[in-house]
Write a protein that binds this ligand. Structure first.
Ligand code: ADP
Ligand code: MG
Ligand code: MG
Length: 881
C-alpha cells in the first residue's frame, strides 16, 4: 500500500518532493530537536491522487489520516473532539516550492460548542477559548465553506459599535459568545447548512480544501510567474495548535536571520504580544520590531536567537522563520530559505564563507544569476513613491530621467548643451542613431523587442521602452498624450526599461555598482568555471565595459552599427546606390579608413583578447530611407516643386529602395549572400581589420582578430568568403610587411549549416552559434511577428513553456547546436565553439552550453557577471552530481 501520510518524525529536509517545503522542514526541525508542535504531513502524491479520483479523498487516504491522527493524539495526550482534553490542530498547505500566502491554512480546527468549553476551563480563560472559536469559524468558513470574510468582519464591527468598543481585546467571553452565534447564522444563510460541529468532518473538509487551493486563481498565477509546474501538487500539514493569544506571556512573530534587503547579519523581523499567527500579516495591529522582544521576554529571546543561528548554519542559508510563544514557551512553526534582494544574496553568500558556514562552492550556488540584472543598471529607488503613466515593452533594462525630445537632431543639440534627454519617437531608423547616442533612453510607440530602437539601445546598454501603444505622439506639436495627460517638448519624465513603465517627473535613482562582495564572489566563480565568457560589443566603450565586467574577449562585434553614424551613412548609401563596380569602389575606399579606425580602437582596448568581428549582415535597404516616407516626399514635391533636382534625387532613391525591397528580408539578401554578390564589401571590411591589426602590432600592442562570416548555409559560401578574407590578408601583409595572426570562422544560424557542420568545419576555424537567428530559422518564426502576435498566447496556453528567444529551446534549437558541435569536431577536433546572442546571458542556456562542451558564451557586457556566475554554477553542480 502506498504511504501517503508521514508523521513529523518520519521525514527530513531531503523529502521536499513528497512532503512539500513546509512539511519537509517541519520534519527536519523535529529531527534536530527543535520545539515544533507535533503533527503529520499528507504527501503531494495524495494531492495528485485526489485530483485523479475526481476530487475525492480516497478510502486509503482517509484510513491513513485517521491512523496518524491517533498517533498524534497519543503523543499529545489530547483527542480531537474530546470534551475533557480536546486536541486542536492547524491544517496547513505546503507545496514543494514555497508559494507564500498563495494557498490556504486553517487554524484552531477541532473547535465546537463542546470543546470550546473544555478549552475555556482547562486554560481557565474562557475569553481566549471563545476568541479562538470565532477565529476558527471565520477562517474555516472563508477557506472551506467559501463564505466571504467580509460578512464576519462587518458583523464584528457592528457588535463593537453597539458596545462602544474600539478594539478586539475589549471583547469579553460573553461578547465573543454572542459574536459566535451571529457567525453561525451567517454561515447558515450563505451555505443553507449549519456550521459543521463534528471535528473529523471538519478535518477532512479542510484537507480537501487545501488540495483545492492548489488550483485557485492566485496559486495558478503565482506558479505561472515563477515557472512552477502544475503537476507537483501540494502537501497538507496537520499540526497540533499552540497559542500565542493566551495573554501577555504569549505572542507570535516572523523573523529573517539576516536583513533581506541589505544582507546585513542582523536579526530582522517583528512580533505581536497576545496574538495568533495570522494577526501579524493581517496588519490589524502594528507589530513590534523583533529586538524589543529582548525586553518583553528575555529568556524566550535568547532561546530564539540561538535557534535562528542553529537553523541558519544547519541549512547553510538565510532563514525566514515563524514562531509562537505560548505562556513563555517558544515554538517554531516554520522555516524556509528567505527571499532576498540581489544585493543581500551576494553579501550573505560571501559573509557566510567568511563565517565558516559555507565553502566557496556552496556560496556560488546561493545566488541566483537572474537576480544580478537588478544590480548592473541604474535603477529606480523603490522606497520612493511614484505614479505610473503608461507601460510599453521592457526592451532594454535600466532607468533614466530626462527631458522629452521628439527628434534626433534636438537630442544631439541639447545633449551637447549638457542636458539629459529622452528620445520619444513612433519608431527609430538608422537616421536616428545620433539621437539615440545622445539620449539617456529611448521610447517608441511602435515596434517590438527587436525593433531598431531596442537592438541599438541594448547594444549600448541604454534603457529603452518599445511598442508603447498607449502613447499618442504628435510630432508636429511636439507632444504626446496618454489619455488626458499631455507631455510636451522638454517636460521631464522617468522611464524604467526593466519594467516598461513611464513616469512623470524625476525619480531618485540608485547607481549600478559591482560591490566589493560582488567582486569577491565573481573571483570565486572564475576559479571554478571552465566555460569562457565573452561579450557582444560593437564599440570601444562597450568593449571597455566588457573587460571591466570580466569578459575574456568579444564574441560578437557587429559591423553594421559602425555604418550608421550620421557622417558615414551618406557614404554607405552612395555605396549601395552605386550603379557600377567602379562607383561602388569609390565609396568603399572612403569607408575603409573609417572602419579601420573603429577596429583599431576596439582591438586596442581588448589588449590581445580575442575579438570576433562579423562582416556585414543586414539587408542593404536598412541603410536607406524609409519607403513610405519617400513616397510621401516625392508626391509632395511633384505638386509643389515638379522640376526640382531634389525631386529627381528622391525619385532615384525611391526606385532603388523599391529594387531592394524584399518580401521577407529576414530570409532575403543578407549575411554572406551580400558578400557573395558584392565581394568588394567584405574585402574592404577584411582589409580594414588587417590594417588595424598590423598597425597595432607594429606599435607592440597584441591583437587577436577572428573574422566571422554570417548566415552561411552551405560550405561553398564559406569557402568563397574565406578566400576573400585570405586574399585581403595577403595583400595587407605584402603591403605592410607585418605577419598577422587571425582566424576565419562562421556563424551557425541556419539549420542546414548545423546539419552539415562536418563539411563547414573544413573551412572554419571556429563556430559561433547565432542562436537568435537559429531560433527564428528553426521554428520558422520571425521574432518580431511572433512576439507581437502569437508567442504570448502559446506561452499562456502552455504550447511552449518559455519564449525560445529568451531561453534556448534545448529540444529543437539545442539539438542543432549539439549536432553542429559534434559534427564540427569530427572534422576538426580543435574547432572552437561558442554562442552569441541573448541566450549567452541566460542561465539555463549557459548550463546547456557547458553540458554540450562549448568553449564559451557571449552576451551583452552588462550580463557578463551573470554569465560568469552561471558558468561557475554549471561546473560546481556538475562536480557534485
Ligand atoms: P502561510 O503559508 O500562508 O504562511 P501557514 O501554514 O504558515 O500559512 O500558517 C499561517 C499562520 O498560522 C502562520 O503565522 C503560522 O505560524 C500559524 N500557524 C500555523 N500552524 C500553527 C499551529 N499549529 N499553531 C500555531 N500557529 C500556527
Ligand atoms: Mg507560513
Ligand atoms: Mg544572424
Amino acid at each position: 500500500m502506498d504511504k501517503l501520510v508521514y508523521m513529523f518524525d518520519e521525514g527530513q529536509s531531503g523529502m521536499k518532493e513528497t512532503l512539500g517545503g513546509k512539511g519537509a522542514n517541519l520534519a527536519e526541525m523535529t529531527r534536530i530537536g527543535l520545539p515544533v508542535p507535533y503533527g503529520f504531513t499528507i504527501s503531494t502524491q495524495a494531492c495528485n491522487t485526489y485530483y485523479d479520483s475526481n476530487k475525492k479523498l480516497t478510502g486509503t487516504l482517509e484510513d491513513q489520516v485517521l491512523q496518524s491522527l491517533e498517533k498524534l493524539e497519543k503523543r499529545t495526550g489530547k483527542k480531537l473532539g474530546d470534551t475533557n482534553h480536546p486536541l486542536l490542530v492547524s491544517v496547513r498547505s505546503g507545496a514543494v516550492f514555497s508559494m507564500p500566502g498563495m494557498m490556504d491554512t486553517v487554524l484552531n480546527l477541532g473547535m465546537n460548542d463542546k470543546t470550546v468549553e473544555a478549552i475555556g476551563s482547562l486554560t481557565n480563560n474562557p475569553r481566549f477559548a471563545y476568541d479562538s472559536y470565532r477565529r476558527f469559524i471565520q477562517m474555516f468558513s472563508d477557506v472551506v465553506l467559501e463564505v466571504d470574510v467580509y460578512f464576519f468582519e462587518q458583523y464584528l464591527e457592528k457588535h463593537k459599535e453597539k458596545k462602544g468598543y474600539t478594539s478586539d481585546p475589549q471583547l469579553s467571553a460573553d461578547d465573543w459568545k454572542e459574536v459566535i452565534e451571529g457567525y453561525k447564522e451567517i454561515v447558515k444563510t450563505h451555505t443553507k447548512r449549519s456550521f459543521p460541529e463534528d471535528p473529523k468532518q471538519q478535518l477532512f473538509l479542510a484537507i480537501q480544501s487545501v488540495f483545492d487551493s492548489w488550483n485557485n486563481q492566485r496559486a495558478i498565477i503565482y506558479r505561472r510567474l515563477n515557472k512552477i509546474p502544475g503537476h507537483l501538487g501540494t502537501a497538507v500539514n496537520i499540526q497540533s495548535m499552540v497559542f500565542g493569544n493566551m495573554g501577555d506571556d504569549s505572542g507570535t512573530g516572523v523573523a529573517f536571520t539576516r536583513d533581506p534587503s541589505t544582507g546585513e547579519s542582523l536579526l530582522y523581523g517583528e512580533y505581536l504580544i497576545n496574538a495568533q499567527g495570522e494577526d501579524v500579516v493581517a496588519g490589524i495591529r502594528t507589530p513590534q520590531p523583533i529586538h524589543t522582544l529582548e525586553k518583553d521576554m528575555p529568556d524566550v529571546f535568547k532561546q530564539f536567537v540561538e535557534t535562528c543561528q542553529r537553523l541558519e548554519s544547519h541549512y547553510g542559508d538565510m532563514q525566514d522563520i515563524e514562531f509562537t510563544v505560548e505562556r513563555g514557551n517558544l515554538f517554531i512553526l516554520q522555516t524556509r530559505n528567505g527571499k532576498r534582494t540581489a544585493q543581500a544574496a551576494i553579501r550573505i553568500a560571501v559573509e557566510m564563507v567568511e563565517e565558516g558556514i559555507l565553502n566557496k562552492k556552496e556560496a556560488l550556488l546561493r545566488v541566483d544569476p537572474d537576480q544580478l540584472n537588478q544590480l548592473l543598471h541604474q535603477r529606480i529607488d523603490d522606497t520612493f513613491e511614484f505614479k505610473k503613466l503608461v507601460k510599453g515593452l521592457p526592451a532594454s533594462p535600466g532607468a533614466a530621467t530626462g527631458q522629452v525630445v521628439f527628434d534626433s537632431d534636438d537630442a544631439e543639440l541639447l545633449h551637447q548643451e549638457g542636458k539629459k534627454v529622452i528620445l520619444v519617437r513612433p519608431e527609430t531608423t538608422p537616421d536616428d542613431i545620433h539621437g539615440i547616442v545622445s539620449a539617456e533612453a529611448v521610447v517608441t510607440s511602435r515596434g517590438g523587442m527587436t525593433s531598431h530602437a531596442a537592438v541599438v539601445a541594448r547594444g549600448m546598454g541604454k534603457a529603452c521602452i518599445c511598442g508603447c501603444e498607449g502613447l499618442k505622439i504628435d510630432l508636429k506639436n511636439k507632444e504626446f498624450r496618454v489619455g488626458d495627460t499631455v507631455v510636451r517638448y522638454l517636460d521631464t519624465i522617468t522611464i524604467d526599461g526593466g519594467t516598461g513603465e513611464i513616469m512623470l517627473g524625476e525619480i531618485p535613482m540608485i547607481a549600478p555598482e559591482l560591490s566589493k562582495e560582488f567582486q569577491i564572489l565573481l573571483s570565486w566563480a572564475d576559479d571554478e568555471r571552465t566555460l569562457g565568457v565573452r561579450a557582444n560589443a560593437d564599440n570601444p566603450e562597450d568593449a571597455a565595459k566588457a573587460l571591466e565586467f570580466g569578459a575574456g574577449g568579444i564574441g560578437l562585434c557587429r559591423t553594421e552599427h559602425m555604418f550608421m553614424d550620421s557622417k558615414r551613412i551618406p557614404i554607405v548609401q552612395q555605396m549601395i546606390l552605386a550603379e557600377s563596380f567602379e562607383e561602388r569602389m569609390v565609396a568603399l575606399d572612403q569607408l575603409l579608413p573609417m572602419q579601420q579606425s573603429d577596429f583599431t580602437k576596439i582591438l586596442e582596448v581588448m589588449k590581445g583578447h580575442p575579438v570576433t568581428i562579423r562582416l556585414l549582415d543586414p539587408p542593404l535597404h536598412e541603410f536607406l530611407p524609409d519607403k513610405e516616407e519617400l513616397i510621401v516626399d516625392v508626391t509632395k514635391l511633384q505638386i509643389t516643386d515638379p522640376g526640382s533636382p531634389e525631386l529627381k534625387e528622391k525619385e532615384f532613391l525611391l526606385r532603388k529602395v523599391r529594387q531592394l525591397d524584399e518580401f521577407n528580408p529576414m530570409l532575403g539578401h543578407r549575411g554572406c549572400r551580400l558578400g557573395m554578390v558584392y565581394p568588394e564589401i567584405y574585402t574592404m571590411q577584411a582589409k580594414a581589420i588587417f590594417y588595424a591589426a598590423s598597425d597595432l602590432k607594429s606599435k607592440g600592442i597584441n591583437v587577436n582578430p577572428e573574422v566571422m562570416i554570417p548566415l552561411v548555409g552551405d560550405v561553398n559560401e564559406l569557402k568563397a568568403m574565406r578566400q576573400v578574407v585570405v586574399e585581403a590578408a595577403k595583400e595587407v601583409v605584402e603591403e605592410t610587411g607585418h605577419e598577422i595572426d587571425y582566424t576565419v570562422g562562421t556563424m551557425i544560424e541556419i539549420p542546414r549549416a548545423a546539419l552539415t557542420a562536418d563539411k563547414i568545419a573544413e573551412e572554419a576555424d571556429f563556430f559561433s552559434f547565432g542562436t537568435n537567428d537559429l531560433t527564428q530559422t528553426t521554428f520558422g518564426f520571425s521574432r518580431d511577428d511572433a512576439e507581437s502576435k502569437f508567442l504570448q498566447h502559446y506561452i499562456d496556453e502552455g504550447t511552449l513553456a518559455e519564449n525560445p528567444f529568451m531561453v534556448l529551446d534545448q529540444e529543437g534549437v539545442g539539438k542543432l547546436v549539439e549536432t553542429g558541435v559534434t559534427l564540427g569536431r569530427q572534422t576538426k577536433p580543435t574547432l572552437k565553439t561558442g554562442i552569441c546572442g541573448e541566450h549567452g546571458g541566460e542561465k539555463s542556456s549557459i548550463q546547456f552550453c557547458f553540458e554540450k562542451g562549448l568553449d564559451y558564451v557571449s552576451c551583452s557586457p552588462y550580463r557578463v557577471p551573470l554569465a560568469r556566475l552561471a558558468a561557475a554554477q554549471a561546473t560546481v553542480s556538475n562536480n557534485t552530481k
